[in-house]
Design a protein around this ligand. Sequence first.
Ligand code: MLC
Ligand code: AMP
Length: 495
Amino acid sequence: MIELFRRAGAHAARTAFRAPAGETSYADLLARSATVARALLGGRMDLDEERIAFMLPAGADYAAVQWGIWRAGAIALALNAGAAGAEIEHMLRTAGVRRVIVRGEPAAALAGACSALGVACEELGSLHGAPDGPLPALAPGRRAMIVFTSGTTSKPKGVVSTHGVIEAQIRALVEAWEWRAGDCIPLFLPMHHVHGIINVMSCALWSGACVEPFDGFRLDAVLARVAADAYSVFMAVPTVYVKLIQALEHMEGAQRERLCAAFGRMRLMVSGSAALPANVHARWEELTGQRLLERYGMTEIGMALSNPLHGERRPGSVGLPLPGVDVKLVTEEGAEVHGEDDPGEIWVRGPGVFREYWNNPEATAQGFAEGWFRTGDVAVRERGYYRIMGRQSVDIIKSGGYKISALEIENALLAHPAIRECAVLGVEDPTWGEIVAVAAVLRAGEALDIEALRAWCAGKLSAYKLPRRLAIVASLPSNAMGKVLKPALKSLFPN
Ligand code: MLC
Ligand code: AMP
């Protein structure tokens, strides 16, 4: 039995999930996940790494299904409820999924993708297994989870983590941030990315702590629970802190003071998934007295660098390697950077690094060099701490903490009947970090505006990938090789 389940047994009577509809204890979670596992097994001894997808909101059902898939020996693939049909089809096809678990009626995009591919949609309530019976042994090297992400470029690829990888990622954070059974954390981040899955939910469940799930970031509901001192730990992307600051600044005095004091009483507030602007760090401290702890990670490696729980939390910096994580900086020429202030690509090695991109040995081989994973992020060491300078590739955009491939959007847009050529780029935005902007050359006689373009994209791309700004241009600047010079287009989108 993997350590996560053994520990859940030791916390049996504690509350794993607290929601308005009721509480779920660790004992309930273990029992429900065993039922799911036996139902999925359907009498077999082991699902031998079958990929099983599920589309469920954060909460006890999600955890019971994830654990049930694991306990049956299968690989869990969580789908985003907001994903478009084409994106879901890409994931199900790439991972070779044959069944998807849902609660109630499947979303239209999912139902369409499943029927196109002949994938079965199974209702959670119908998963009744035999009451007992053996479950397969799970060695640490067994594949456990696939998370789709664009990596360093292009269409999303399936990042495969084993049980051992997941455990190493959890252990690093539990140790560094001193997770404990008495902790309670809100979970409002999407449950198809590692920030929500590992940093929030899995670390809490490893520790015997309590998770309060929300169906997305519901500002008023989260603030009501903060005001009630429900939480000791809080984890979010920078956009959430920007939105919280905006909300606090619009409140009348007494309410604001009450909430700021409640935020100030938490033992730890973490920011990550995108750069935390220095002014947001400073304003949050002014309002609440909390110094946000910024850390750096990536789907492929879990978390790698973190400011310390005790000690200096430096704005604009991501601190030092987490326990068990090796980090080095490497120049474009392949030389390791030893000193301070010289930039290099972040390379990461350790037990928390993923195993492979699913069924994509070329991308896997390209991602690694000499046993190190090449992140594509550039950093410097300054007075001992790492500071992220940006990314090597202009293809990757980070918006609201989501990674978006410009290339993927460009390919989708080129199917638009009015568009002859286009370039997608990330432009700076104070709330979202970056927003998706499109410079397009139209076919003769065609017209296009941003609303029409967004509406056209809605069935093809997730909401967070939708273009927010559009500039119609006569031509796209390119270099001698014909490559579009995206930085030259940024001036088309003044703030
Ligand atoms: C939504 N909107 C956007 C947008 N997304 N506008 C510009 N850019 C975007 N990216 C618009 C919507 O159309 C809507 O407009 C309005 O903003 C509110 O949308 P919403 O979806 O209701 O927003 P909200 O729920 O507040 O979501 C914000 C958020 C969400 C920050 C909570 O984006 C989020 O959960 N991000 C986290 C992603 C994440 O977990 N990444 C981690 C990846 S793992 P209108 O006009 O309709 O009001 C990783 C590794 C690591 O990165 O290190 O962690
Ligand atoms: P994802 O591929 O969705 O897991 O996103 C990982 C990427 O998010 C990294 O490669 C970084 O570019 C970015 N990222 C994560 N944390 C930070 C941070 N604290 N500062 C800057 N960028 C970050």
